[in-house]
Design a binder for this molecule. Structure first.
Ligand code: G6P
Length: 628
C-alpha cells in the first residue's frame, strides 16, 4: 500500500527520501514521487518504479534539507504520473503526500471548486493541499491551517505536508500508520520503521488524530511544548538548559536541530514517548540472498523458535482469558486468516476448545454474537491491516476483549488490544507472508498446548523441528523443488487439496502460488471435490495433495479420484502413497501446517523465477493493506 516518508535535517533530503522510498517498496506500489523544499518546491513523479524515479532526479537540480516522498498504490484515479504524489494546492507552493482514503473528498472538492480551486489530479489526496491553501486565506498560520484542514477530513489518512517559506514538515495520522524516526542526521516521518531503520532505531509512535510539527526553526522560547530532538537523541552536551522547573527540554535550539511538537486534534498538545526498536538492521537486508522471499523462507528454522519466546505472564493472562471467554474468534486477512483457520483446528484437536475463524473483512456480520464475554484474537503481521482494525473496533464497541498476534512492534493493532503477543520474526520485507505465517501457526499451537496443560511437550517438539525445517529449506530441497517447478511453470491451473489442518495448508499454499507466479491455483477440502471441483480435472491437471498420517486414507482416496480423471498427483507427506511426484516432508503431527507449507513456499518462489517475475513484489499487491 502507499508509503510516505518525510525528512527534515542537516543533509540533502533527496538522498534520505529516495533511499527511504526504496525501503518502503516492499509495501507494494505502482507509482512514486518526491518533492524537496529549498527556496521553492521542486518535484518529480513517475508512473513506475522507484529506480526510474531515482534516474530522473538530478540531485544538483533538486536539493534541500526538507522533503517528502511517496509510493502510490492506486485507489482513486488511474496509475499515471498526474495522479502520483506529491499533490499540490493551486499555486504549487504546498505539497502533500498521503496514504489512506479521504472518504468525504467528493464533498470537499465540490466546496473547494465553488471557491475557485483548480484540481490537477483525480485523487482524493489532493484535497488536503487545497484545504490548507483555503485555510491560509483566512489569515491562519501554516500550522493552524493544517490543523483546520486535517479536522475536516473523514476516512483514513497518514499525510505529510510542507509549504514554501516554512522550514517545517507537518504530519498527521488517523487509521493509517505514521511513525517518527529520531536520528542525529535528521527527523523522519514515515509509514513504517524499516523505511528509516538504517539511520535510527529511535521512534515515536503517533496515535490516531495526532498531528506532528517538525520545525527546523523552532521558536527560541519553545519550552514545555517543544520536545527537543537533541534531548531525545541522548546528546549529552547540554549547554542551554531551560531553567523552568516544569520543563526538561532544552530551550535554546541551535540551527543544527529541529524540534518536534505533537498535538492531538482532539486533546491539544500531547507527549509521546521515544522508544527504541530492537531490530537488527541486517535483518532488513537481503544479505547473500537474491530475494527477500528466499531469505525469509530459510529463516523459518529460527523464527518458529522465536515465536514461542513469550513473556510467561502474558501467556498466562491469555490462557486465563481463553478459559473465561464465552465465544472465541480468530480473525485475520490473507495468510493471517489461513493461520487463524489452522489455529481453529489446532484449538479443537489439542485443547478441545471451540474457536470461530473468520475473515476480518466479514467479521461485522457476526457482531450480534459479540458480548463482553467474547474474546477476539486479531492476527496480523503488520498490525496495520485496515480490515482487521475495523473488525477489532466492531468487537470493542460490543465490549469484547481483544488479543492481538502481531509482528510489527508499536503497530496500530497493539494499541487497540488488551494483550499482545509478538511473533518476533523480524522484518518481513517480501510482500508474501512466509515466516510470519509459520510463526502465527506456531504461536496458536503453543496457546492450544498451554491450554491443554502440555506446554513443555510442545516446547520440546518445536526444538526438534528446527532440524527438519533446516533440511526442508536446504539447497538440496530447493534444487529438487526447482525440478518440480519446471513441470508446473507452463500450467494454467494448479489445484491443491487437504483435509482438516491440511485444508488450511492447501488454502495457504494456493495463495502462495497464485500471488507470486500468477498461475491460477485453487484449494479445496478433499471431501468437497465430488461436489463440483472434479469437473475441472482434465488430462495432466496438476493436483497437490497434503497428507498427514492421521488422516491419510480419506485424502488419498480423494487423490485417486483426481488421478482416475487424468490428474497428475504431487504428494506432500512423510510416506509415498504411490504419487506421480512425491515431496517428502517429516510428519510433525499437529505442527504439520508449519512443515508442509515450506516446500510450497519454495515451489512458488521457483515458479516466479522460471516465469521471469520478481518474487518480492508481485503485481497489484501490497504488504500492508491500509484501506478497506
Ligand atoms: C496483504 C499481504 C498478505 C497478508 C495480508 C494480511 O494482502 O499481501 O501477504 O497475508 O495482507 O496482512 P497482515 O499484515 O494483516 O498479516
Amino acid at each position: 500500500m502507499c508509503g510516505i516518508i518525510g525528512y527534515i535535517g542537516e543533509e540533502n533530503a533527496v538522498y534520505f527520501l529516495l533511499k527511504g522510498l526504496k525501503n518502503l517498496e516492499y509495501r507494494g506500489y505502482d507509482s512514486a514521487g518526491i518533492a524537496v523544499l529549498s527556496d521553492v518546491i521542486k518535484w518529480k513523479k513517475v508512473a513506475g518504479r522507484v529506480e526510474e524515479l531515482c534516474s530522473r532526479v538530478n540531485p544538483r537540480e533538486m536539493s534541500g534539507r526538507i522533503g517528502i516522498a511517496h509510493t502510490r498504490w492506486a485507489t482513486h484515479g488511474a496509475v499515471t504520473e498526474r495522479n502520483a504524489h506529491p499533490h499540490f494546492d493551486c499555486t504549487f507552493s504546498i505539497a502533500v503526500v498521503h496514504n489512506g482514503i479521504i472518504e468525504n473528498h467528493r464533498h470537499l472538492k465540490e466546496i473547494l471548486r465553488e471557491k475557485g480551486h483548480k484540481f490537477s489530479s483525480d485523487t482524493d489526496s489532493e484535497v488536503i493541499a487545497h484545504l490548507i491553501e483555503d485555510a491560509l486565506l483566512l489569515n491562519r498560520d501554516f500550522v493552524s491551517a493544517c490543523m483546520h484542514a486535517f479536522s475536516s477530513l473523514e476516512g483514513s489518512f497518514a499525510a505529510i505536508v510542507m509549504k514554501e517559506g516554512e522550514h517545517k514538515i507537518v504530519g498527521v495520522r488517523k487509521d493509517s500508520p505514521l511513525v517518527i524516526g529520531v536520528s542525529a542526521r535528521g527527523i523522519f516521518l514515515a509509514s513504517d520503521i524499516p523505511s528509516f531503520l538504517e539511520w535510527t532505531n529511535r521512534v515515536i509512535y503517533l496515535h490516531n488524530y495526532d498531528m506532528v510539527v517538525v520545525d527546523a526553526d523552532p521558536a527560541p522560547d519553545a519550552c514545555g511544548d517543544v520536545r527537543n530532538v537533541r534531548d531525545m537523541c541522548d546528546v549529552r552536551d547540554v549547554n542551554n538548559h531551560c531553567g523552568a522547573s516544569h520543563c526538561g527540554a532544552l530551550s535554546a535550539l541551535t540551527e543544527k536541530h529541529a524540534s518536534i511538537r505533537i498535538y492531538n486534534l482532539n486533546e491539544g498538545l500531547v507527549q509521546r514517548p521515544v522508544d527504541s526498536v530492537e531490530v537488527d538492521i541486517e535483518q532488513a537486508k537481503k544479505g547473500e540472498f537474491r530475494h527477500f522471499m528466499l531469505k525469509e523462507i530459510t529463516e523459518q528454522a529460527d523464527t518458529i523458535k522465536k515465536a514461542i519466546q513469550q513473556d510467561e505472564e502474558t501467556v498466562k493472562n491469555v490462557i486465563d482469558a481463553i478459559k473465561n471467554a464465552f465465544g472465541i474468534f480468530f480473525i485475520g486477512c490473507g495468510s493471517s486468516y489461513h493461520a487463524c483457520l489452522a489455529g481453529s483446528y489446532l484449538f479443537s484437536r489439542i485443547a478441545k476448545t471451540h474457536v470461530n475463524a473468520v475473515l476480518a473483512s466479514e467479521f461485522e456480520n457476526y457482531e450480534h454474537f459479540l458480548t463482553d464475554k467474547t474474546l477476539v484474537f486479531a492476527v496480523s503481521q503488520s498490525g496495520e491491516t485496515a480490515d482487521v482494525l475495523d473488525a477489532v473496533r466492531v468487537a470493542r464497541d460490543r465490549g469484547s476483549r481483544v488479543i492481538s498476534i502481531v509482528n510489527m512492534m508499536g503497530c496500530s493493532l497493539t494499541r487497540e488490544s488488551d494483550e499482545c503477543l509478538l511473533m518476533n520474526a523480524g522484518p518481513e520485507i517480501c510482500v508474501l507472508s512466509t515466516k510470519t505465517y509459520t510463526s502465527q501457526v506456531t504461536l496458536m499451537a503453543m496457546l492450544a498446548y498451554a491450554l491443554a496443560g502440555n506446554y513443555d511437550d510442545f516446547v520440546s517438539e518445536v526444538k526438534r523441528l528446527y532440524l527438519d525445517i533446516y533440511n526442508l529449506t536446504s539447497r538440496t530441497m530447493r534444487e529438487r523443488l526447482c525440478e518440480v517447478a519446471k513441470m508446473l511453470a507452463d500450467k494454467e491451473h494448479i489445484y491443491l487439496i487437504g483435509r482438516g489442518l491440511q485444508y488450511a495448508t492447501a488454502l495457504e499454499a494456493a495463495l502462495k502460488i497464485k500471488e507470486v507466479s500468477y498461475i491460477h491455483a485453487e484449494a479445496f477440502a478433499g471431501g468437497e471435490l465430488k461436489h463440483g471441483p472434479l469437473a475441472l480435472i482434465d488430462k495432466g491437471t496438476p493436483c497437490i495433495v497434503f497428507v498427514s498420517k492421521d488422516n491419510a486414507s480419506k485424502i488419498i482416496s480423494n487423490a485417486e479420484e483426481v488421478r482416475a480423471r487424468g490428474g497428475y498427483i504431487i504428494g506432500i507427506s512423510s510416506v509415498n502413497y504411490d504419487f506421480d511426484c512425491w515431496i517428502k516432508v517429516p510428519d510433525s503431527d499437529m505442527l504439520n501446517p508449519v512443515v508442509q507449507i515450506i516446500p510450497v513456499q519454495i515451489l512458488a518462489y521457483q515458479l516466479a523465477l522460471l516465469r521471469g517475475l520478481d518474487p518480492d513484489k508481485p503485481r497489484n499487491l501490497a504488504k500492508s493493506v491500509t484501506v478497506t
